[in-house]
Design a protein. Structure first.
Length: 201
């Protein structure tokens, strides 16, 4: 298992075990096939999510979210949320700075926020639903999340696997290149496909 995959599982488990309610902006955890367009990605999280008040928020009603709302103006009071998931959403919103400020505003002190964003990654809009606006570096993420009391950032893929992931022939076959990245000590490179971030208010 890659370091980012392990980090993802560890932090999502922490959130679902330590918080009583979770808002998943965009439904990126993908544990309910009736409420997203990509099926189940994290079956291990299904039972954990059943033990909390897990709700999906999306900007349109197309995929049957629990809440229809705009990440630029979250429909929640200040300091009211225990945890927010924002998995591969910020690259698709017009104003990510505003979105992060809104997540910070609505989280309770001590609240958790888990974010995933791309860096060196292919163009991936969904016509009629969302566009693809931005990519994020580690420096950019540290700046965006500067108001949080703590942040942990882990890169996704090493340098070689990131390059190979850009080619359709290798997209599903990057494990070999990840092994080489570890061998040549490039698995921690910031020339990466993206980042996983765990932040605490």
């Amino acid at each position: 298992m890659r370091k980012d995959e392990s980090f993802f599982r560890e932090k999502i488990t922490k959130i679902l075990q330590e918080k009583k309610s979770v808002i998943d902006i965009g439904g990126g955890l993908r544990i309910d096939p009736t409420r997203n367009n990509r099926g189940i990605h994290n079956p291990w999280a299904i039972e954990l999510a059943k033990k909390v008040d897990y709700k999906i928020m999306d900007k349109v009603p197309d995929y049957k979210p629990d809440i229809v709302g705009d990440i630029h103006k979250l429909p929640f009071a200040d300091n009211s949320l225990e945890a927010i998931l924002c998995i591969y959403v910020l690259e698709h919103v017009e104003e990510p700075h505003t979105a992060v400020k809104e997540m910070y505003r609505t989280l309770k002190p001590g609240g958790y926020c888990f974010i995933q964003v791309p860096f060196i990654f292919y163009y991936h809009p969904m016509p009629g639903y969302y566009k693809d606006f931005y990519r994020f570096t580690r420096d950019g993420l540290e700046y965006l999340l500067r108001d949080f009391s703590s942040i942990e950032i882990v890169n996704e893929r090493g340098a070689l696997a990131t390059v190979m992931n850009m080619f359709p022939l290798f997209t599903k076959r990057t494990r070999f290149f990840e092994m080489i990245d570890r061998w040549i000590k490039k698995d921690g490179s910031n020339q990466t496909s993206g980042f996983c971030v765990f932040a605490k208010k």
